[in-house]
Write a protein that binds this ligand. Structure first.
Ligand SMILES: [Zn+2]
Ligand SMILES: [Zn+2]
Length: 345
């Protein structure tokens, strides 16, 4: 099989190593034997949204982006809670996520849709390339031995929760409250990497393909306002308008009342009004994305490696030209705004 032109060596799905992950998807079918009760659905709600908070509020907004502060004890609780979601340890998750922001929609981005839609959704975690923890990207947290321990023993959280579900709800509780919930949680989280870079609206002209997607935002407790997030990564709040529901932020605000967390970062008002597409900011992210899609197809169809080099050279040149045009445009718009203000006053 031909390697996708945008994938690096090692970014190829390892079929045999992926088998346990694939098989887990079929485990909930065993409920044919046990039946499902009302209590099991209640467990599913608790384990789905409870663990989702640890991923969004813990792994993402705390470990990957440090958008608020907390104690070392609560930091440990966030890492332990997140590990029950079967998405590896906090250091692995947050380190890879930082790489996603550092290299968004380039070949170094671990899960960009430019490597294929299915690859960005799930394929990347099944490739040997993404297996090790990128410690250099998360060195500010690797100094904590308890976090290193949890990261190296990431089976403890899932096993503890699975056993807990069995004692709480019996076999059907284990199948629905743990296995079905885990599969749903995986794909909901993965939608942020796939769907929130492909479907939705763009408010800000970021240099990537991020979108605001209300469906993903509701399912993932606020994480679907992904274009807002790519624009202002340091902001804890990701829903910028009152109607952009951001449950993770509301929970963190609630926890701040008891000083469990503090120094929650809000979006900077100036930055919030910058690079708005509605103001005419040139959407370089979409240009890059569509340009890459078109040229990748040509290169793949012809299977000519020399076209890849020409494509990269032309892309760099086009990017530089557009960035210069965007700077010029921004200055012009700024001058226009000043003029308007002066005449009004
Ligand atoms: Zn992020
Ligand atoms: Zn993203």
């Amino acid at each position: 099989m031909i390697q996708h032109p945008n994938r690096l060596p090692g970014e190829r799905i390892d079929f045999w190593a992926s088998l346990p992950f694939v098989l887990v998807h079929f485990v909930p079918l065993l409920t044919i034997l046990t039946g499902i009760g009302w209590h099991d659905w209640q467990m599913l709600l608790v384990t789905f949204f409870g663990r989702m908070f640890f991923i969004t509020g813990g792994y993402h907004r705390y470990f990957a982006h440090k958008t608020y502060k907390t104690s070392r004890v609560f930091q440990f609780i966030l890492a332990l809670g997140g590990s029950t979601a079967v998405q590896k340890g906090a250091l692995w998750w947050a380190g890879n996520h930082r790489l996603h922001h550092r290299f968004t929609d380039t070949v170094q981005d671990v899960h960009s849709p430019i490597k294929g839609v299915l690859y960005s959704h799930v394929g990347w975690i099944l490739a040997p390339h993404a297996d090790p923890t990128p410690t250099e990207a998360i060195s500010d947290f690797t100094k904590y031995p308890e976090l290193r321990f949890l990261n190296n023993h990431d089976f403890i959280g899932p096993w503890a929760l699975a056993i807990g579900c069995y004692f709480w709800g019996g076999w059907s509780g284990l199948l629905v409250g743990f296995f079905l919930s885990t599969v749903m949680l995986w794909h909901a989280t993965f939608l942020v990497n796939s769907m929130a870079h492909l479907v939705g609206t763009r408010r800000y002209a970021t240099s990537d393909s991020s979108r605001n997607n209300a469906f993903v935002a509701l399912l993932c407790m606020g994480e679907g306002w992904h274009n807002n997030h790519h624009h202002l990564q340091s902001s804890c709040r990701q829903g910028f308008k009152w109607w952009e529901i951001d449950v993770t932020y509301y929970i963190l605000k609630f926890l701040s009342l008891f000083r469990i967390v503090w120094d929650i970062k809000r979006p900077n008002p100036t930055a919030k009004e910058a690079a708005l597409i509605a103001d005419g900011a040139y959407d370089i992210g979409m240009f890059r994305f569509h340009w890459d899609k078109a040229t990748t197809r040509v290169a793949s169809a012809t299977q000519r490696d020399d076209l890849l080099e020409v494509r990269a050279e032309f892309s760099d040149l086009a990017d530089r030209t557009l960035e210069a045009a965007e700077r010029l445009g921004a200055q012009t718009r700024g001058a226009g705004r000043r003029e308007r203000t002066e005449t009004t006053v």
